[in-house]
Design a protein around this ligand. Structure first.
Ligand code: AHG
Ligand code: MN
Ligand code: MN
Ligand code: MN
Length: 333
């Protein structure tokens, strides 16, 4: 049985990066145990506060954010961090060699109904030419990510990670459930994420699409035509799934193929929903690491540098043949 520590050692990951990944994933182990307690873990309901996104924060958004932030702020390797739940850059160590961005709790609308939820994270090298807490540390294309990953708190808790090589998955060997209700204890050094898939590879073809049909009226014409043709059928099964949490949909697609679409919605004041820095870019690295494609309009997501920390964009990702078919609808030759 190989744990995350073994895999990082085999990869030759430096101590600084390993400290970040082990500390972050250990925080998710604690979250996993508290989430498994549901109402008994004091993590349900609204926090009655608005975040920078204009969303009402859920209790677990705040609990997850504060736990992960506190864990990372204690690491000399971390120069700065950005979170969905923080307005601006959070300065850490001036000599830190990495910066970290994260979505502490993805799928917040699923929390109170015991649906799929997760944590998404990404790590970049700190740029020496800017202050350690400058926004410029984060306004870079996703192609510069050192590693990206998510933890899915599902029936089992799974970590999916790409550090430039293959996309790999780990399952949490949970031994903390008994003390989960306690306040965070010093996290033990032994990681319990056990390697399950050495190399995740997306099937090239797919028979499943994931989209929230409720926003159909606001889509561009090309998107409407693509979905219209999908729904008219192609003489072969083509099913729909929508988990309400990006981590849930991306995980299913990594394991059995599919296409995930969150197109622009011109009827919404925001036009786009998903955030580039800590949702789309890390997921694009994981999907491309598994042989899939990830686009926004006609541009590969990993080529796009955020203009602002919480910039939103439309996201299409998944099995190569289906993403290319979709692109032919929005980029008529
Ligand atoms: P978050 O909970 O971190 O704010 O992100 C939710 C996102 C993403 O996880 C999911 O794919 C999408 O919102 C679902 O949007 P709809 O509720 O519009 O379907
Ligand atoms: Mn999210
Ligand atoms: Mn979130
Ligand atoms: Mn949110």
């Amino acid at each position: 049985m190989k744990t995350l520590i073994d895999v990082l050692a085999e990869d030759g990951a430096c101590k600084a990066l390993s400290s970040i990944l082990l500390t972050l994933t250990q925080a998710t182990q604690h979250l996993s145990a508290r989430i498994a307690l549901g109402a008994l873990g004091g993590i349900l309901g609204s926090a009655q506060k608005q975040n920078i996104q204009g969303e009402t924060q859920q209790t677990l958004d705040v609990v997850a954010n504060d736990l992960i932030k506190a864990a990372l702020q204690g690491l000399p390797a971390v120069a700065a961090l950005v979170s969905e739940e923080e307005a601006g850059v959070v300065p850490c160590y001036a000599n830190g060699s990495y910066v970290v961005a994260f979505d502490p709790l993805d799928g917040s609308s699923n929390i109170d109904v015991n649906g799929q939820i997760g944590t998404i994270f990404t790590v970049y090298n700190r740029l020496p030419e800017f202050d350690h807490h400058s926004e410029q540390q984060f306004l870079r294309p996703g192609s510069q990510q050192v590693c990206a990953g998510y933890v899915l708190y599902g029936p089992s808790t799974q970590l999916v990670l790409c550090c430039g090589g293959p996309t790999r998955s780990f399952t949490l060997l949970n031994k903390h459930s008994k003390d989960a209700a306690k306040t965070p204890t010093p996290l033990d050094a032994q990681s319990d994420y056990v390697l399950v898939d050495e190399v995740l590879t997306l099937p090239i073809k797919t028979s499943e699409f994931a989209i929230n049909m409720a926003h159909q009226a606001g889509w561009d014409e090309g998107v409407k035509r693509y979905i219209g043709d999908v729904l008219r059928g192609r003489g072969e099964p083509f099913n729909m799934r929508w988990s309400g949490a990006m981590v849930g949909d991306v995980h299913r697609i990594l394991l059995r193929g599919g296409i995930f679409l969150y197109p622009l919605n011109h009827n919404s004041h925001r036009k786009a929903k998903l955030r580039l820095l800590y949702e789309a870019a890390p997921m694009a690295m994981l999907i491309e690491g598994a042989g899939g494609l990830a686009y926004s309009q006609s541009i590969p997501i990993l080529e796009i540098a955020p203009a602002s920390l919480h910039q939103r964009l439309d996201v299409i990702l998944g099995s190569i043949s289906e993403v290319e078919r979709y692109l032919s609808y929005i980029m008529p030759s």
